[in-house]
Write a protein that binds this ligand. Sequence first.
Ligand SMILES: Cc1ncc(COP(=O)(O)O)c(C=O)c1O
Length: 385
Amino acid sequence: MKKKKINSYLNNLKIILEKAPKKMNEPFFTKDEFDYLKNCVKNKSVSTYGKEVREFENLTSKFLKTKSTIALSSGTSALHMAMYALDINNNHEILIPSITFVATVNAIIYCGATPHFIDINLKDLNIDCDKLENYLTKNTIIKNNKCINKKTSKIIKAIVPVHVYGISVDFEKLKKIVKKFKLKIIEDAAEAFGSKFKGKSVGTYGDIGVFSFNGNKIITTGSGGLIVTKNIKLEKKIRHIISQAKVKTKNDVYSDEIGFNLKMSALSAALGLAQLKKIHQILRRKKSLHTYYLKSFKVSDNLKLIKPINNQSPNYWINVAKLNGINLKSRNIILDKFKKLKIEVKPIWYPLHKMKYLSKYPKMNLSNSEIAYSNCITLPSSISY
Ligand SMILES: Cc1ncc(COP(=O)(O)O)c(C=O)c1O
């Protein structure tokens, strides 16, 4: 790539980033967080039994406009438990975009299932639904109401749409595909608390939805996750297995199956309650930063901002720029430059199919994922500056 072109990208980006935050995404805290945590300690309400956990579940249900939520120790454990509760096992393949955080694929492997990588589109970096429909039409058959991979003879049981960087997948297209190919939807909405599609919260569209409240997310509980499902049987099962599958009798406590210790603690929930108080303020600030980037990017023809298309109302968690026509080497020159300037500009998620331990799993042609990896960079999106 010509030096002149890289320099033009660098100069444009430098001007834009001068007036932007320097950090990718720091938590936004005020006095509330100290007050809530102090109260927890004062009342000795710190474990998974604390009332703050139920309160956090009630308020997140209200915010998402869903019947109930289950609070867990992390987004990863929420994904794991969602799949475990859906009986995903070694007979199954699960469709997953190659551009996502590694936790999404690890949860599939914890359950003994096979991840099957699918491509993204270059407009919003979410699943390319048209490419997926063609691929499934050619490579699967429906037998006994199940989608069978013709090559491996395994059941393709579910798809995990990831609302990457806070922008929702196109549910209009996806719903048609899951109906046609008899798939369950497990939404990885880890990055998308507060994002909507057609006015409805993401995470509430699928059979199960999962959120993360890790320290880098739109609101944080330190470490934490959330499961959303309208299926009462599934909800009961998840609540049971995340607290060691305990059964209480008058005098005894025993377990009736293998369980896990994955509930959210009261300390985490208290932090989350303080954060929920300012969620609308956080979302407003995120949107205003996105608007700044949007206006600034208009100056360059080759520099594009990934932005919502139809029906998508993102939480604007992280802003992503697309540098058209750039290769990996040139992208790295740009990343190095901003590292030296102490401005957090980073690559997007490393394509999963290119990681050595995941390279053996089935995949479609993933050309868009590879282009996106060299063309796209994430921009500082912190609102606490
Ligand atoms: C898309 C995606 N899925 C899952 C996770 C896992 O969440 P956690 O870090 O809370 O375990 C993350 C968080 O980084 C994520 O970005």
